[in-house]
Design a binder for this molecule. Sequence first.
Ligand code: NAD
Length: 497
Amino acid sequence: MTTALASDSIIAVIGAGTMGAGIAQVAAQAGHKVWLVDQDINVSEAALAKLATGLEKLVGRGKISAEHAANTIANIKPTADQHDLAGTSLVIEAIIEDRNVKHHVFAGLMGICGADCIYASNTSSIPIADIAEGLEYPEQMVGMHFFNPAQIMKLVEVISGKRTCGKVADIVYHTAVAWNKVAVHATDTPGFIVNRVARPFYAEALRMVSEGMGDYTAIDTVMRAAGGFRMGPFELMDLIGHDVNYAVTDLVSEALYHPLFEVSPIQKALVDKGDLGRKTGRGYYDYSADLPKLTNTAVASTSGQLIIGDNDDDAILSPLWNRLSGAGIASKLGKTTRFDDLQLQLHSGAPVTESDTATVAFDIALDLTSCTALACQRNQACSNEQFQALANAFAAADIFLIEMPNQAGLPVARTVAMLTNVAADAVDKQVCSLEDADKAMRYGVNYPQGPFIWADQLSPNWVQTTLANLAHHICASRYAENDWIAKHVIEQRNFYA
Ligand SMILES: NC(=O)c1ccc[n+]([C@@H]2O[C@H](COP(=O)([O-])OP(=O)(O)OC[C@H]3O[C@@H](n4cnc5c(N)ncnc54)[C@H](O)[C@@H]3O)[C@@H](O)[C@H]2O)c1
């Protein structure tokens, strides 16, 4: 059975920048002696001093003991002499993102550390096979992709290139687990798992703005307050930096040519202008001023009557009806769900049909029992008075009803459907397993739920219907469902069957 490297194995981290310093801390905290190497020894020494300050703060907050902090720092040794690395069991490279520089560094290290050492790259985008091409021990080369900040983010993607030995990938996987990380296996494909599957989170938001579905603030608010994401897509892109986020989209788009990965002209314009987000003070938002906020003008009221039907949608929406009843709104059972004369239904990709029946459709949420806002849309038969009465009833249940135009694809529904579609494509193409796709999104980018677990709560049928409606109303090729989803619908089974 393959196991993790023993804690007395020596680790070397090459590159003492943002990622390398964090990775060195993780390995040192697990008890390893760690060589920290940078082209500039002052950088390694400064990195170690910064790690010591960070650990002291953790001691001050009672998170770790003073002894653990001292041992961790004592375990890390900066060096300028690569020959010190002889006897190292695992080298983790975290230098600049340049294939030739990485290749050259590994060539030198293989001459020092030999055939038994494992050579891991923290590259975010360069194929492991490209770095390994022509090296002495390509079977010892693997991807070990940490997320920023490495000390905090739980995920490590373990990437096998075409010549990576299976045992090497397994040792790295188990070592990451022993370092208290969540490890996943991925094949050597553009964006690996996280950077590939995350694309729709940004792409759908950008598309919604260009379709006039809402502005940055409205979409961010819905994605946070209803979708349960820690940050909305525009806030997050501003934090990551548009140069970085655009470059990843461009890479995945070029490599996996498909309309669902296409780059957005809105984001390209920001990159061209140098408005790169928080780091330049301006991106989608202007950080020199207070950020805009949505205001709920509804006034909580318990007037009106809720009639709760028993159609399929209600299985998903029933927590909403419970909240309204619980807030004191009179309710009774009936054939279809209504609020007074207003028909209420679940949104699944399509706009509400224009008819004489006044209708409101609701977006999905991560958790309808606790969400503080919910996107919705209405047809023209729904008057302002009817809508206001509904918004007031929702305000009584502490839900801010955010109205969006009656177009295809409300924010959370289309994002979840497309995350599932892209994750299904990755599983279908054997980039990763279903479980690892969920783990990667949960622990690499802190999504509130893995796409497949979330999709199962709604049903594969809901995903299929939503994608079909988006394809019909917006763009057939972009929203074409993956066959693997269709297979689950045909076989009437969930993704986690
Ligand atoms: N920053 C992130 O969010 C992030 C996340 C995951 C992966 N990565 C990947 O990790 C790697 C490092 O990224 P970073 O953000 O830490 O970069 P960084 O610029 O903060 O640090 C890179 C360090 O490598 C050193 N360096 C450069 N060439 C070297 C060489 N030949 N030998 C020794 N040291 C050398 C530099 O002096 C610098 O200190 C890249 O491959 C990047 O794609 C970055």
